[in-house]
Design a protein around this ligand. Structure first.
Ligand code: PGA
Length: 261
């Protein structure tokens, strides 16, 4: 694991964006796994700025998002397709047909999951999977439980997840109860996983995920097993593990992700 702790969220966003920029410069046709939610917004702003400055191009890249709510059409302001269009895709030069997000309105959800897995397989390996972290340890919508899925599947959202995401809807009741999400197998097949977490409210779950036992009750704890995991935290999210790093429970923190690709 490579662990980077940043003094403020802006530095964190810039560093995460630069990791993606460096990958695309070395591999213009990279396959990116992308996340939604509050965490990546600043990263996408930094990527948009990099494209405007012509530092990078997404013209040959492809992207696969982690998840989409069941029942929300692409033009619903809380759908993840809408989010991605607003925060990233319409500002950069990625061809729309190479941006993939599960269709939460598909008539047959099981077939949609299978279709998504086929697309993932056809694209080859994801080069870089960007992940946020839920307060309950979920990654994508792989929620804590007795078992986890390897493939894309329909997930029942945890009450804590619905509560956390209610801020994106007019009323809490509007938050969908189900979502299509990539499974742990697809996430794990990524060459590199970039886990980005901000805020003191995530300090406990970061500590549990990165230093606690590996258990399906905390899906992010499985990331400890990934051979190329890069973790980027702000001071708030790192509050509980900082003491651990000084006790050598981790590899030495590194300043950059140079040499990853
Ligand atoms: P957030 O969500 O970035 O909105 O905190 C992270 C997640 O639930 O994966």
């Amino acid at each position: 694991m490579k662990l980077n702790i940043f003094a403020n969220p802006n530095l964190l966003h810039e560093a995460a964006a630069q990791t993606i920029v460096r990958l695309l410069r070395q591999k213009p046709d990279a396959v990116l796994g992308l996340a939604t939610g509050g965490t990546p917004v600043g990263i996408y702003e930094a990527l948009t700025a990099a494209v405007r400055r012509r530092e990078v191009s997404f013209a040959r890249a492809a992207s696969f998002n982690l998840d989409e709510y069941v029942g929300l059409p692409p033009d619903h302001p809380a759908s993840y397709r809408y989010y991605m269009d607003q925060h990233l895709f319409r500002h950069i030069d990625i061809p729309p047909e190479r941006t993939h997000i599960p269709d939460g309105c598909a008539a047959d959800l099981e077939r949609e999951c299978e279709r998504y897995d086929r697309l993932l397989q056809a694209a080859g390996r994801i080069d870089l999977m960007l992940l946020g972290l839920g307060h309950n340890g979920h990654i994508g919508f792989n929620e804590p439980g007795r078992a986890l899925h390897s493939k894309t599947h329909v997930a029942i959202l945890h009450p804590q997840t619905r509560e956390a995401n209610a801020r994106f809807f007019r009323t809490p009741e509007e938050v969908p109860t189900r979502a299509i999400t990539m499974g742990l197998g697809s996430i794990f097949s990524a060459r590199t996983i970039l886990l980005v977490v901000k805020g003191n409210d995530k300090a406990d779950i970061v500590h549990r995920a990165l230093t606690g036992p590996i258990t399906t009750e905390c899906p992010a704890s499985l990331l400890q097993l990934h051979p190329r995991l890069v973790v980027m935290l702000d001071e708030g999210a790192a509050a509980r593990i900082k003491c651990q790093t000084t006790q050598n429970a981790f590899h030495e923190p590194v300043d950059s992700t140079n040499g990853l690709w």
